[in-house]
Every structure is written in structure tokens, then in C-alpha cells.
Design a protein around this ligand. Sequence first.
Ligand code: TPP
Length: 660
Amino acid sequence: MNNNTKINDKQLLDLLFYLELPRTIENRMLNYLRQGKISKWFSGIGQEAISVGSTYALNKDDMILPMHRNLGVFTTRGIDLNSLFCQLMGKEGGFTKGRDRSFHFGLPSKNIIGMISHLAAMLPVATGFGLASKLKKQKKIILSFTGDGSTSEGDFHEAINLAAVWNLPIIFLIENNGYGLSTPSSEQFKCKKLSDKAVGYGIKGFTIDGNNVLEVYNTISKVAKDIRKGGGPVIIEAITFRMRGHEEASGTDYIPKKIFDKWLKKDPIENYKKYLKSKKILTDTIQKKIDKKICKTIDSSFEFSLNAKKPKSTFSIEINDVYKKHTFNLKSPKDKGLEMRYVDSISNSLRDIMLNNDKIIIMGQDISEYGGVFKITKGFLEKFGSDRVRNTPIIESGVLGASVGLALDGFVPIIEMQFADFVSCGFNQIVNNIAKTHYRWNESLNITIRMPYGGGMSAGPFHSQSPESWFFHTPGLKIVAPSSPFDAKGLLNASIEDPNPVLYFEHKYMYRNIKGLVPNDYYNIKIGKADIKKTGTDVSIITYGMGVHWALDIANKLENDNISIEVIDLRSLIPWDKNLVEESISKTNRVLILHEANLTGGIGAEISAHISEKCFKYLDAPVMRLGAIDTPIPFASDIEKEIYLPINKIEQKINELLNF
Ligand SMILES: Cc1ncc(C[n+]2csc(CCOP(=O)(O)OP(=O)(O)O)c2C)c(N)n1
């Protein structure tokens, strides 16, 4: 061990205190685990030098995204131990109201953003913080932890690639402990050193001894200094070993004993003590003082947390915490405006929104010079500059994760999915990270995800889908799907005003085929408020998106036969307007739910179930549903229009309803 840093003896002893603190806490927690006082524990014993050395080397305002073995990050940052222990024990007074476990929480006040269970999912989030730091010219470092096993995840690649392309101030710190759960490195990856991967991203990479706290401290200090000067991201691989099982229940049978014996000799704390003693910095008296200080630091917090109550809640508290409360102020349009295409309404509204709010950053594939594949952001680069209009590499998960970091740092990201179909590659970020953050630790994410969706243009199975029901099932998201240029502007404005994540489904067929009046002035439409597009008395069609246009065509046609159809455009899918739907059915007594997406498990199923439960007394016929057939979307235009899509079946369904 070698101290070639400028840290003095007091700081060297400080480091010892910070190393011993998480070890002592863990040993006590392991006792409590045996006594059944806590339910699960992921041990970092043997790996403390990495958490402690790196956190000690950074400034307090540098952002850290730790993983499941990084108790030392939290203790070295000096977070409140009463709250931390309550969190770890699942008690009242923790950081998540008992809604999530262990280190799964963010603490923006301490510049720590905790993990979700999904490995590597926070690495893209780190890029968002890195971009925020760069845009604000803060010179903050972002330290993002990952295990060696997690480096095989796609998010690892997407995040580092993005950080490299954008030259972001991020240290990607890999704790290589030789195993991913029970599977050894030899079965996880083929490269000799994980830091060698840096070459492939065009950045620097280092491998260090992760059990040597001074080496960790020195490396992070030096790398941080370089990054603050604009040096760009770095991968650091810290070689270490965990001295316990993956988690306590998993045991250690899968690791040969001789490996434990070898690493016992490399214990980061014992070796550091030996070093300090050899330099006459650590004496028995000082050691006693440190031990005493540790007890003083943790004893009362253990007592506090052991005596704390289990969290309690109510239905309404749980439901209300899924979304951040938002007071909607209706702003009605003052003028009739101009007739324009749906695509122009979205483009113009987006431009106006960006003019009025410089926190908005738009990101997506080919959206910059090229203006996006649908040309919605054409000219935006010239108007708003490359900081705010950002081409990304082809990384759906990466950019969605980055939007989380940006939103947590006060920006308002708008992400364009090139086609809604490709959102499947970013699914995890939306349903697990973006959707759950407010419920878990109370932070809202004002992220709008634009989803060009829908068929009717002979674009085949991968460029035509209507994937709204993939997200409909996930609490924490809002979903809108405007069907007119007027609604497109009002709902886009409302999506940006809303502090919660919104998926904005914009229909590709409508872009250049649907026109309508769009007021010039700012206005908004309440998310969750449906619209009666045509009043009627005989049948209600509940629909959205292209279904609105199909329904209106049929309604206008059947008017000649004295059949009066009410067309309800939901406009918002989460939340959806139950009141208006119920009201309409109480009048017409017959209902058809119509959507473009295929029938099974579609949104119509949920609406139908609700109607059966709440409107049974009004119904003169069974609730009918119509969607596309349950096949992938065929490419051939005649098959798509005449067989796949439900257009030709609507009239027949109306007749069935009327003749029941
Ligand atoms: C996406 C995902 N897949 C699987 C798991 C289950 N899992 C939790 S930890 C772990 C091993 C992680 O290994 P590594 O990244 O090396 O970190 P370590 O636990 O060794 O610190 C696995 C497979 C998970 N949490 N997330």
C-alpha cells in the first residue's frame, strides 16, 4: 500500500473510520437477520474500500448512483442513520414509506440516487445527470456503480456509448468481485479485463486493486480532476471479492473455499490497518477511539430503528402517491386559429413550448439536422441549438434512462421514439424506472415520450403497432392519444405542464391525412377528459385515435338511416374519463368500444369490464368490442385494411347492437 496522495494523517484515519463504519453496521445487521428482525441482506463485506475510497475522493455535490453492496457510499456521505436503518429494516421513518427495500431510494439532498432492482438500469440515468451537469456548467462528477455481471446488460453498453459520444463527466465504476450471483466471470464475459471495454467506446479505462482504499481514493481523485477539466467519461474496474453469499439466503457453496482463504488475506480493512500501523499513524489508543466513535455513531440509530413501527398506510394514501398531485388550470383557446395538418399542429406546439420553457430538452434519433423521420423537429436545431435539440445514438433504453437523470436534475425532457414500435427496446426504463419513481420515493418525473404509432400505411409488423396497452397496465404513467390537430396541441401542452411522465401517442396516418383548426394562442386540455365528437342517442361508440375517424364516418353514414350514434373520443387512456362514458351509456343504452390495437388484452377489455360493472342497469344489449384481429400487422395493404383493421366490421357491430 502506498500513500502518494496529498491526504494527511488525520484524513488517513478518517478513511479508517469510514471503512470500519459499514463493516460494523453490516455485522450487526447480520445478527438482526439471524434474529428475524430484518428480512434480507446483500453484503458488501470485503468490498468496502471501493465505496468508501471513491465517495471520500469526491465532492459532496458530485452525484453518486450506488448499487446493492455500497453501504459505504451512504455512510461516507453522512446520511442520516436513523432514516437509513429504518429503511434497511423496512420500518416507518425510512426513505420509501416501506414501499421499497434496501438501497432502492434516491436522496437528492445528498446527491445520491439509489438503484432499482434491474441491473444496469441506473447507468443510463447517470448519463442524464452527466448531461445536466454539463449543460449547467457545474463541473459535477457523476459516479455510477455496477457489478461485473451487470456489464453484460444492454444498458451498460448504451449508457457508456452515450456518455462517450456526448463526452459526459461520468465515472463508470465496475466492482469486479468475480461472480454474478453464483455464475463466475468465466461464464459471464470473455475479455481479460473489463476496463479493456473502454477502448471500444473511445474512452479511457483502468483496472485497479479494489481492496486497496488508497488506490481507489487516488484513482478516483485523479480521474475526477481530469474529468472536471473536460476529460470525458472513464471506466474503472476495481478488482475485489465479496466475502459472503450473493445475499444471505443464497449461501456460498458455489465458491471454492480456497478462494475465500486467498481473499481473506486481502481484507481491505485489515491491510489498511497494517499499513497505518507500519507508518505509526494508527496506535491501539487511536483504534480504541475509532471503535468508540463508531459505536457512538450507530448505537442510538440502531435503538431508534429497532423500536420504530412497521409502516402503515391506507388505500387512498397508496393510490394517491402513484402520481404527483397536479392542479390543472384550464386555459381555453381565445381564437379559432388556422386550419393545419395534425403533424403541423404537433410541430408548432412543440416549437412554442420550447420557446417558453428553456428547461425543455428534446432528444431522439435523427431529430436534429434531419428533423426527425416525420420532420416534426425540422428547423429546431437552428432555432434552439444543439444543447436542447439532441440527436442520440440508436438507444431507446439509454435515452429514456437519460431522461430520468435530466428530469431529476430539473430539466423537462421530451423524448421522440422514432416509431412507437421501438419503445419495446426501452420498455424497462418506462415501466420500472420512470413509472415507479414517484410512488417509491416521492420524486416526480416530468418526462414526455412522443410515440408515433399506428397502421394503415402498409408499414408491416414493426412500424405500425399501437402498443398503448403495453403501458396501460403500469401504474405511474399517463397516456394520451389525440385524434385531431386541436387536441394534439392541447394535450401536448397539458403533457408538459403535468409533472408526471406522459406517453403521448401521435398517430402516423393522421400526420398528413387529418386537418383541422388549431388556435394560435396557448391552451390546454385536461388529461383524463374525454370529448363528445358527435352527439347521438342510439349507440355510444367509445374510441380514440383513428377509431374516432372511423366511428365518425359510420355515424355520418348511418345518420341517413336515422340511426343516431354518439362518438366519444377518450383522448386520454390513463386516466380515462369514466364519468363521460357512463353518462353517454345512460343515454344510449348500447355501447361499442372500438380501437385500432388488436382485441385481446386491449384497452377495450378494461373499459368493457368497467361498463359491465357500473352501467349494467342502463344496458339494453351486451357491451361490444371491436379491435384489430389478433395477428401481427400484415404488410400488404389490402390485407392490413380489409382483414387486419376493424374498419369494415363496425357497421355490422352497430347492427348487432341495435338488433339485440
Ligand atoms: C436485469 C436483472 N436480471 C437479473 C437480476 C437478478 N440478480 C440480482 S443481483 C445479480 C447478480 C449481479 O452480479 P454483479 O453485477 O456482478 O453484481 P454483484 O452482485 O456481484 O455485486 C442478479 C443476477 C436482476 N436484479 N436484474
